[in-house]
Write a protein that binds this ligand. Structure first.
Ligand code: ADP
Length: 540
């Protein structure tokens, strides 16, 4: 075989290596390949099932070097899973794709793909050619999306803030933050609206900074309309709140070069020379203070340190200051306040100043103090400071919040919603089944199979709540038909109604549509691989 290695492109245009030419190669082909791939995929999807929905379970993942994360986020679970089977990797990518495109629904998309693959197994048993199945699924998916659009609703985002909130709540409900769902959803909406431009539906999530600080509880999490710096004011007697601050931002500090940093030492022979150096230091600090006064700054942000004598001088001149501010925070503060960062005090001019409505120091208990810059001139930077018992909770809360932020962003950009709890999947399933009756060709089977796969979403949701999946879904399905109500789904939270519209369990149309298309595409891709050459004897 002259081909050394063989590369193809998948449906997203990314390179994908199937063949590896090496001395001893194993070869399986035809239906065997597809069957073995389905087996591998099922192993993964069955792990993901228990993470779907508001009553789902978290996964603890331990990395080879012992780091622990606890999460319910599909993309994170798959991303951290140590998989080396090609098909498993495909599913990992599937989840990532959903994450990048939409930010939510990363578990659902994998569960749906798994359900489709299970259906494929049965169709192949019936003797239907994989390519026919693939084509049939594609038709079914497009039909499905048409129906989804039909049962979706358009909302006027500006007037319906609560819709944004309910959608964020639907996503947060299955996460570690579900206890303070309301508060987190509210913060997500506030944050996104702050960084949105309603006229052209643009949302810049980059301007939302998620910070975490262990200690306190999730309820203490706060949204700040500006930037938080993880440092206290440099002198405890400085004003704890300064209104209308004009701030100078410097990448240096107010300190003398330290001998130990210079790998040199200073020898002082007399008291006079000691006093002389002290005098010199004082002059240097005074010239810095004078500069600040000259340009009208009443607050200084330093990337490096501020020595004690300098803090006293700042205090005397009624100027506030923070020191040891990280480079990233320096950048944020300069974006938010409009300040230009300079490297030396002598470079400061009035034009380089930034302006913020207030600077205050907040205490988080146990000597933990931070400085908050709010109502900045460029007001569209916001920070969410997440509190929680330990860093694992904070990291998971960050992931959950990120999902919620993406969802709200999606809604601001495309204001179409569908109802969750498996209701829209069930409604699509019913519509596709009905359509299948009209098809006289073999595609009829693919349509039915697609409809059955969609049913797996409410099934899994019901199962994760401890209900009998078959009984629950059968009942809801017949009610959907009899009552002609596409909003009936699984009452996971036992609210006493299965109507997801009444329960306000909302998902974005964009996210749901993406789930269906991506799941269909990955299944098609698997169906089209009919030959694998590998040196891995355990393949399949
Ligand atoms: P994903 O990572 O795919 O978003 P989730 O674990 O967040 O997975 O679960 C999302 C599923 O849970 C969706 O089908 C959604 O409709 C459903 N869901 C969320 N909240 C509720 C609720 N209160 N009642 C019923 N279903 C819900």
């Amino acid at each position: 075989d002259p081909v050394a290695s063989y590369m193809t492109f998948d449906e997203y245009g990314r390179p994908f290596i199937i063949l590896r030419e090496q001395a001893e190669k194993e070869q399986i082909s035809g239906l065997e390949v597809i069957k073995s791939h389905i087996l591998a995929a099922k192993a993964i999807t069955s792990i993901m099932k228990s993470s779907l929905g508001p009553k789902s379970l978290d996964k603890a993942m331990v990395s080879p070097d012992g780091d622990l994360i606890i999460t319910n986020d599909g993309a994170t679970i798959l991303g951290k899973m140590d998989v080396d089977h090609a098909i498993a990797k495909l599913l990992v990518e599937l989840s990532e794709c959903q994450d990048i495109g939409v930010g939510d629904g990363t578990t659902g998309v994998v569960v749906l793909a798994g359900a489709l693959l299970e259906e494929v197994e049965q169709l192949i048993e019936k003797g239907i050619h994989p390519i026919r199945i693939a084509d049939g699924f594609e038709l079914a998916a497009h039909f499905c999306i048409k129906h989804l659009e039909f049962i979706s609703e358009e909302i006027a985002v500006e007037k319906n803030r609560e819709f944004l909130k309910y959608t964020a709540m639907t996503s947060l409900r299955s996460k570690v933050v579900s206890k303070c769902n309301d508060k987190f959803a509210e913060m997500a909406v506030d944050a996104v609206l702050k960084v949105s431009n309603m006229e052209n539906n643009l949302v810049d999530l980059e301007r939302i900074k998620l910070d975490g600080k262990p200690g306190g509880s999730l309820e203490d999490t706060m949204l700040v309309n500006g930037v938080i710096i993880d440092q206290p004011l440099c002198h405890p007697h400085m004003d704890k709140e300064l209104l209308k601050a004009a701030i100078a931002v410097v990448s240096c500090g107010m300190e003398m070069p330290k001998p130990n940093q210079m790998k040199a030492y200073l020898e002082l022979a007399s008291v006079e020379s000691y006093n002389e150096t002290k005098e010199y230091e004082k002059e240097v600090y005074e010239s810095m203070i004078k500069k600040l006064e000259e340009i009208g700054a009443n607050f200084v942000v330093c990337q490096a340190g501020i020595d004690d004598p300098a803090t006293h001088l700042l205090l005397q001149s009624n100027t506030g200051g923070v020191r040891y501010v990280s480079e990233k925070e320096i950048e944020l503060i300069s974006t938010a306040s409009g300040a230009h960062v300079v490297a030396r005090f002598s470079d400061l001019t009035p034009e380089k100043l930034g302006f913020v409505g207030s600077v205050r120091e907040i205490g988080l208990g146990m000597d933990n103090r931070m400085t908050v810059f709010e109502d900045c001139i460029n007001s569209s930077v916001v920070t969410i400071l997440i509190r929680g018992g330990n860093s694992l909770i904070i990291e998971e809360a960050k992931r959950s919040l990120n999902d919620a932020l993406s969802i709200v962003k999606n809604l601001v950009m495309e204001n179409r919603i569908v109802y969750g709890g498996g209701s829209c999947e069930l409604s699509c399933s019913i519509a596709i089944s009905k359509e299948a009756d009209k098809i006289s060709s073999l595609e009829q089977y693919a349509f039915r199979a697609f409809a059955d796969a969609l049913e797996s979403i409410p099934m899994v949701l019901a199962e994760n709540c401890g209900y009998s999946p078959i009984h629950t879904v059968t009942e809801i399905k017949s009610r959907q038909i009899v009552e002609n109500n596409p909003y009936l789904g699984i009452d996971c939270m036992q609210m006493g109604t299965s109507d997801m519209k009444k329960q306000q369990v909302i998902e974005t149309f964009r996210g749901k549509k993406q789930q269906i298309l991506l799941a269909m595409q990955v299944v098609k891709q698997i169906l089209k691989i009919d030959e694998v050459r590998t040196t891995d004897k355990n393949y399949g």
